[in-house]
Write a protein that binds this ligand. Sequence first.
Ligand code: VGL
Ligand code: ZN
Length: 199
Amino acid sequence: MSNAVLVVVDIQKDFCAGGRLAIPDAEAVIPVVNSLMRTFQKVVLTQDWHPPGHVSFASSHPGRHAFERISLPSGDQVLWPDHCVAGSLGAAFHQALVIPANAVVIRKGIHPDLDAYSAFYEVDRTTPVGLEAVLRACDAGEILLAGLATDYCVLQTALDGRSLGYEVTVIDAGCRGIDQGGTVAVAWEAMANAGVRRG
Ligand code: VGL
Ligand code: ZN
């Protein structure tokens, strides 16, 4: 039997109420995630962590607005409000999160010209973010996923996990999405098609 690792995605102030890219009802995931974290021996938390002027920020593209899509060398990119700037208060974990002392923290989106949604690979699909190395070190064959946002970072982490051969369960009650134009429903469908379990 292989070990299961809990992966908690981007529960940061900027994605919660009052933050720069606030996700509706984001705080509702915190009690769910806190109780999951108490039951797992190995917990990984990710943090979206962008340098100022990051390529995913609309403000880095004169004349462009948040939530527009543009084409970049790395592919199609949704532009976001400035968010989770490395070291800023908005990039901090939400204060209500009870983080186990032995948790591993992985930061993603750290390269100025590349976005990262998945905790496995950046959007170029080749630059590793770090989760795979942690899973190998733990001899894990299975991940449970919860956090923000269902339709971006949770989705892409789940899909990459399946592509790499992991068993993946996404905890429905532990996730919330940005959901611009029905993207949460599309995300659940894509995850189901990839063999992701909905827990
Ligand atoms: C995320 C949009 C931009 C996420 C991160 O954590 O899902 N979404 N950066
Ligand atoms: Zn981001």
